[in-house]
Design a protein around this ligand. Structure first.
Ligand code: G3P
Ligand code: MG
Length: 225
């Protein structure tokens, strides 16, 4: 079962910061997940729609200027990183799961993955691009059909893994609160992998491994090494 550091090693350092990414790399993880949003023509690595929970700033991230976002403290004196800064830090050393958090992200992420392949030692096989925003995921797939995609759900879908197959995804990524044996079996029957978020307890990880889950997103990759 693959271990994917969720928002970096976010149980050990402020989530989605260079510090959390760096710690995950130090732990030797094979893959890191992060969240991406667009604001003022830049891609920012940040989970929430609003700034309050994770920074000393205020407001909706996508409404802010570059200067304002770059000035904020994202915890422990860390800044909100741009996607390019994270890519430059990782430089092809592990897989990167890029979660498209909103509209308008598919095109710039497609462009930046191409640039990172040209300049930073990544290959198309290093990326998995995922989203709850399924239309945005389709837009990405049209732009970069050779890159694996992950169809996210926070529910137990009525028709099992069908939606992920229809999206042409490589994985179905689902919530630990909803995953069950039938969904795992249905995903595999359709030729899909199944990844589960967010799993921080080893006993939960063991149960998911027994269920046949292919990978987990965890804030505590140190517990699963
Ligand atoms: O990609 C898995 C997981 O990150 C999805 O949920 O809300 O943590 O971005 P969230
Ligand atoms: Mg995410």
């Amino acid at each position: 079962m693959q271990i994917i550091a969720h928002r970096g090693a976010s149980g050990l350092a402020p989530e989605n910061t260079l510090k959390a990414i760096s710690l995950a790399l130090d732990l030797g993880v094979g893959a890191i997940e992060l969240d991406v949003q667009q604001a003022d023509g830049e891609l920012w690595v940040f989970h929430d729609r609003r700034l309050e929970r994770c920074t000393d700033g205020h407001g909706v991230l996508s409404h802010q200027s570059r200067d304002y976002l770059a000035s904020l403290d994202a915890g422990d004196g860390e800044r909100i990183p741009t996607l390019w800064q994270v890519m430059s830090l990782i430089a092809g050393r592990c897989e990167l799961h890029i979660e498209l958090k909103g509209a308008g992200t598919a095109e710039p992420v497609a462009a930046l993955t191409r640039r990172a392949e040209a300049e930073l030692g990544f290959t198309p096989a290093h990326w998995v691009v995922s989203s709850f925003h399924h239309p945005e995921l389709i837009r990405f797939k049209v732009l970069r059909p050779e890159i694996r995609t992950g169809a996210l759900t926070a529910s137990l879908p009525l028709h099992g893994a069908r939606f992920a197959e229809e999206l042409g995804a490589w994985t179905l990524n689902c919530d630990v609160d909803f995953v069950d044996q039938a969904l795992v079996a249905d995903a595999h029957r359709r030729g899909l992998k199944i990844l589960v978020y967010t799993v921080d307890e080893v006993s939960d990880g063991d149960a998911l491994a027994a269920m046949g889950v292919d990978g987990i997103f965890t804030n505590r990759p140190d517990r699963f090494s």
